[in-house]
Structures are given as structure tokens and as C-alpha cells.
Design a binder for this molecule. Sequence first.
Ligand code: F6P
Length: 572
Amino acid sequence: MNAHLNAVNSRLYTPLNALQTHAEHLQAHTLSDLIGGDSAPARERSRALAFTFNTLHLDLSKQRVTQETLSLLTDWAHSCGVEEQRNALFAGAKVNISEQRAALHMAARWPASAVPPKGMEDAAAFCQHQRLRLAEMVERLHQGEWFGATGETITDVVHIGVGGSDLGPKMISETLASRPSQTRINLHYVSSMDGAQLLPLMESLNPATTLLVLASKSFTTADTQFNVRTALAWLSDGLEIDTPTVCRHQLVGVSSKPEKMTDLGIPDAHQLVFKDWIGGRFSLWSPIGVSVAMQLGMASFNALLEGAHAMDRHFLEAPLSENMPTLMALVGAWNCQFLNISTHAVLPYDGRLKSLPAYLQQLEMESNGKSVRLDGCSVTHATCPIIWGDVGPNAQHAFYQLLHQGGHTVSADFVAVAEREGGFSDNVQASLVAQEQLTLANCLAQAQLFALGDDAIPQGLRGHMAQGYRGNQPNSLLLLKQLDAWSIGALLALYEHKVFVQSVLWSLNPFDQPGVELGKKLANSLYNTLAGDDSEQDVVQDPSTEQLLLKIAEWRQSPSHSSLSTHYWKQN
Ligand code: F6P
């Protein structure tokens, strides 16, 4: 009888069932129980759940996991074919099934000195060629040999792009060019379709010395096209030179569509091309990063690529049980799929990483915010959590109250930097070191409090301070030795591969984004309506939107509020 039951049970054993049972078991304990106080097993657990790769240290010991959890999760990864899929990715297989394309962003950072994996050779050679062209452009600019249409030397670059054509470069600029001494050229970013970011630039920049970089993989994104049109009008009017001439001198194009760049009047020499096998949100390493290279110089840009490449090698070569991107992916999937935590905060403890949450929002949510599997069936569990966040120290004074005492379970990534670069007088340096230590102390304190809740209250303060800290908010800490180009490159590649591994676990295609298309189409129709063109018949009528259109029309025709109040004031 027992033998029969055992046989039935063993037939029922799957990594998913084992994880489900294990999750129920772990949920009966608090995180505080798991972390375990000052005992030898607790110390051993903490040691076993921390991983270092070069200048990156990943601490998973405040997650609701044990060594057994990691082992079960790794079994799951094996059973899903993570290694096979990873190898196929690097070999240029058409992993983006819906668009029948490879996903070879790793080729954009593959160094000329290293032999690429079989299948990636042509892609790597193409990317290296474009990188040489990019370096020539950067050199020309830095030598002061790039002249505008009136013959003046270019001093400012305006990078115009959105989504993947904006978020990565902008984040790198904020991270690595936070001090004027680190920059070789003045760089400005414009992404929002409303022109709001252009207004101050058009007032403050000199049109004779401004170069536009139009970054758009598709070269059709309305947000970017409209911004460029306004910027070109500003250049042309300001310089009193026709737009084609301005385009010839002061417009660089970066796209996978060279013919569209040519149509706009961008000369070949000012075009940088990348192929459609690099997805927008994975394109920082491609010529989309040209503005960053212009701002920081090629040495920093190359270091960024080298860091990302080192993480590629680690992802390719390390066993899954020590593979940082795989471990991050598994713990993330564990949290949302097995522990039902649907929201994940990204909390950088360094102001230079302020845009990391926004960057990861696109990377993770546009990639894995899906619920239809590769086989066409619906996913029956949660996939990518809602990613959000802000600079941790500032958020402590804003939304941490909810995280500590509100009703939601939230997982988090704390990201901290161990040491800062110097370069200031002794007094200033000493003061900055104190600020560094204060920031690190706050990061560690918050990570501890997230996990332990009331159990983090020191013995001496018990009974003297208010309780009610919920704890049990699982979190990881990613510690960077320093925030240099190499480390940030490795960090972003770590997240890219995390996203890929999760897509394999959930059987999703992380490289397309069909969910963003319809919104663009509807906006196009409504744009025509607002612009007075009613010929568009193919729109769904809905009274709610109609009523808003009427209100907009009414207000756009009547005098503005400010002129009404001026009028009122004059009369009185
Ligand atoms: O609308 C989504 C999206 O297609 C992103 O995937 C992409 O990064 C962004 O728009 C910008 O696209 P493009 O680089 O083609 O202008």
C-alpha cells in the first residue's frame, strides 16, 4: 500500500508542486524566524544567500528563502530549460517568436578581441563596425570639428527619443555625468510628446551651436517625430536657414531604418544604424548610446559595454545555482508567483540612480507584463510584478510609512554604493564621507526594518517606542563597490538577463510589446479629430470620450484662464 502511495506521490512530483508545498511551509514562518537571530545556522544561511560577482554583491538573505528554496528554484529553472534557452539566445536563435527575430543586444557589447558564440559572429561584426563609426563622430565632436549650418562649433547636443531610445541613455548620463567635470559636451534629453522639455531648451540654447540626435529604432514614433519637427523649426527659424540645410549639418539619426533617415534628409555620414534584432529597451549598448558617448567620451562608453559584457559571460558560464541573473529571476518569480506579492519597489540609495526605477519599469514590465504564453495559452498565475520606486533616502520621507505599516506586502530591491570617488578638499571630502556612511546606514536600517518589523526594535527601546511595524517585506540588497561605468554596465545587464530568465520560467516572449500598439492607433484617430479632420470613420464611439472632446473644444476656443483674470483685474 505504502509503495503504491509513494509511486503515486512520485508521479505527482514536479518542481512547481514542490515549490508550492514549500511556499506554504515557509509562509507559516515570519521573515524574522527565517533570518534567525544570532545562531550558527542563521549565519550559515546568510552566507549561503549572498553572491559576489566582481564589483557587484547580491544579498538575498532578507528574502523569504532558505538554501532549500534556492535548490528547488534551481531545479525548476533546469526543468524549464533555462540553460538551453540562454544558449539559443546567444546563438542568435529567433527567440522573439512573434516578430521572427533574434534578440542579440549582447552583440552590441561584444568586444572585437573576443570570439563571439557560434551564431552571433555576423551580428557582433556589424555592431563593431557601427561602434567604429560612432567613435569617429564622437572624436569629431570632441575635437571641435563639428560645425553647424552657420559654421559655428557645436557645443550642445539634444537627444530626442522615448522609451528605450531615451531611458537607458538618460539614466547613464545622470549616473556618470552628475558632475560638470565629467562631461565633454552639454547634453540635454527630450522625450515627452508635449514639447514641454523643448521649451526651456529653445529659450536657453544657441541654435547655431546645437546638434540634434534623433534616436528612434522604428523612426515612426510620433512622440519623437513631433519633437524633432519642433526642434528643426526652431533651428531653421533661429538661423534663418532652410530645414534641409539644417538637417544636413545639425541632425544625427540613430535607427534601424536607414531609408527613413535618408528621407528626412540626414546624410549617410550622420546616420548610425542598428538592426531589428536589438529591442528598444535593450538598445542602450547600440548606437542609441551615441549621446552618452558624446557626453562622457569613448573610454567611459567602452567601460560601460565591458561591464555589461562581463555580466554576459557570467550569465553564459556560471552554473545556475551561482548565476546572479538566474538567482534574481528565480527569487523574483518566487515572490510574485508563489508568495503572491504583486508589487516590487526599486529603491536606489544614491541620487545618481534616480532614474533606475523608470528604466526597470520599461525593461521588466514591457518585457514580461504579459499573460499569454508562447503556446498561445493563458498564464494561470501572476507574472511580472508592478515595478515602481524612487531614490530611497527621499522616499523614506514620503511613501515608506505605507511600506512599514500599511496593508500591502511589497518586495524590494535596495541598491547601494559602497564607496564614492573623491577629488575635493580635505574638509569637503570628510563631510562627503560622512554623508556616504549616513546613506549606507539608512539603507541597511531600512532593509532590516522591512524584513524584521517590530523585531528590529532593539531590546533597550522595547516598550519605549511605538510598535506596529509589519515586517515580512522581503528584499534584496544589491551593493556596488563603486558607481563607475563598468559597474553600472554590469548592473543593467544583470537585470536584462533576469528578465530573460523570468520569460523562460513563465514561457513568455519578452522581446515584443503588442500591448502598446492599439493606444497609439486610437491616439492617432483622436489626434485627427482634435485637429479638425473628421474623415476618420474607424473609431469606436463612446459618450465618455465624446464629452471630453466637447469640453476640450469649448475650452480651446474660449479665452484662457490667465487672460480672463487679467481682463477682470484690468476692469476693476
Ligand atoms: O511604444 C513602445 C515602444 O515601441 C518601446 O518599445 C520603444 O522603446 C519606444 O516605443 C520607442 O520606440 P522607437 O525607438 O522606435 O522610437
